[in-house]
Design a protein around this ligand. Structure first.
Ligand code: NAD
Length: 439
């Protein structure tokens, strides 16, 4: 039998980064993948959508070009070219993953767990002292009549042409990213969101700002809408404010969350799942079966690529904090957050001070012609501990990282404020927001 120190199942950011790190530590490692290297993030998620977001950003910039002194005599949008570029971006990065895995044995096939320390791939058995399951997630399907008439994000990302109109069910992270991209490419977009506001879990002012911004771009957003069925011809039926309504669109996309993808053989190995179908793990990412660990979407702790990678380090026994996790939505404008929202502070009875700064008052933002945005910082009322940061505006995802580092290092708001921030930069907005919170 082939023996390893570690076998990783799944080559997304939870799997490949963990396998490569373990190999660099001198362990004998194998990784099993039945599809393309890179997992959802690289092939059907973060990276392809970000390539399309860039095309969308460019498309949105074009009408403003002349006012910035760049005359464009007639331009047109070509989604198939954007899709082709997206594919070349993912191809390039997939080669990068293969390089990262140079010291890891890559097994192509479906892994089935046969016991606590053995798996089977293509009829062969492989044994290891540690097995890490990193099999990820797939789009959830709606349990309503006609659900099969809708596309999911996987299929949407493989499209090379676009419909004239689309109804997006779900105004979460994926729904809003697609709404932003498709609107930029001229598609008539309607978003139907069940909750009272889009982006549940994000700061309410950030979500509202994004909703208003997308509305100004012509995206129709219906909140408090419970979709009940889809009928042939792509009519989406929903109830809102106790009234039955419907909209017609050429295409329907569902973005209503994701579900764990479980490898075969969990029962045989004694790996337990919870009632939502995620693998149960402890704080070391150990499952209920000795020697078997689970990281990333499959354990349902935090469905973000970087969280999966960090959990992989924990599974290897390396030092890694998991309590400060920045997250972002790559719409135009971008949204990002780290730490607690105001709602979470209220729910947990944490007294806080909030400070807001607006992009419109920032020199760099005005020079960039990006005046639409805000930064909000939450600081503990008793101490100067930073509780959270919420941004809607250009480069939000990059900016929030500064606050994540400060929070991770236990740096107080006073120290953040005392740090000189270069001028003119968007990061000055962070200092402005902190100083407003500090009064
Ligand atoms: P989500 O949970 O973020 O949002 C799903 C939305 O669908 C929710 O707002 C929910 O209220 C709504 N919904 C559910 N049923 C509905 C119905 N019948 N009618 C109307 N609305 C309905 O899920 P997602 O957007 O599919 O994303 C899945 C996961 O992937 C998330 O955990 C997300 O964090 C992660 N992800 C992250 C990024 C990123 O960080 N940029 C990008 C993509 C995905």
């Amino acid at each position: 039998m082939n023996s390893y120190d570690l076998i990783v199942i799944g080559s997304g950011p939870g799997g490949y980064a963990t396998a490569a790190t373990a190999a660099a530590m001198g362990r004998r490692v194998a990784i099993v993948e039945r599809d393309l290297l890179g997992g959802t993030c690289l092939n059907r998620g973060c990276i392809p959508t970000k390539a399309l977001c860039r095309s969308a950003e460019m498309a949105l910039m074009m009408p403003k070009a002349q006012s910035l002194g760049v005359n464009i005599d007639g331009y047109s949008l070509d989604y198939s070219a954007a899709a082709e570029r997206k594919n070349s971006v993912t191809d390039t990065l997939r080669e990068g993953v293969a390089t990262v895995l140079k010291d890891v044995e890559v097994l192509h096939g479906n892994a089935r767990i046969t016991s606590g320390d053995t798996i089977e791939v293509n009829g062969e058995l492989y044994q290891a002292r540690q097995i890490i399951i990193a099999t990820g997630s797939r789009p959830a399907t709606l349990n309503i009549p006609g659900a099969e008439l809708a596309m999911d994000s996987d299929r949407m990302l493989s499209a090379t042409t676009l419909p004239k109109s689309i109804a997006i069910i779900g105004g979460g992270v994926i729904g809003m990213e697609f709404a932003s991209i498709l609107n930029a490419f001229g598609v008539t977009v309607t978003v139907l969101e069940y909750c009272p506001e889009i982006l549940p879990g994000f700061d309410e002012d950030v979500a509202k700002r994004l909703r208003m911004s997308l509305k100004r771009r012509g995206v129709s957003i219906v909140t408090g809408a419970a979709v009940t069925s889809i009928t042939p011809g792509c009519t989406v039926n929903y109830t809102a404010k106790n009234k039955e309504k419907n909209i017609d669109a050429e295409m329907v996309l569902t973005a209503v969350g994701r579900r764990a993808v479980l490898p075969e053989g969990l029962d045989a190995a004694g790996v337990a799942t919870d009632d939502r179908g995620y693998i149960i793990t402890d704080e070391k990412m150990a499952t209920t079966a000795p020697g078997i660990y689970a990281v990333g979407d499959v354990n349902g702790r935090c469905m973000l690529a970087h969280a999966a990678t960090a959990q992989g380090r924990v599974a290897l026994g390396l030092h890694q904090r998991l309590d400060v996790v920045p997250s972002a939505v790559f719409t135009t404008p971008e949204c990002a957050m780290v730490g607690m929202t105001e709602q979470q502070c209220r729910d947990r009875g944490v007294a806080y001070r909030a400070g807001n700064a607006i992009y419109r008052a920032n020199g760099k933002a005005i020079a960039m012609d990006e005046p639409d945005g805000m930064v909000k910082i939450l600081v503990d009322e008793q101490s100067d501990k930073i509780l959270g940061c919420h941004i809607c505006g250009a480069h939000a995802a990059d900016m929030v990282q500064e606050v994540a580092v400060a929070m991770s290092a236990g740096m107080g708001a006073g120290m953040l404020m005392a740090t000189i921030h270069g001028h003119p930069t968007l990061s000055e907005l962070i200092v402005d927001a902190v100083s407003k919170a500090m009064g």
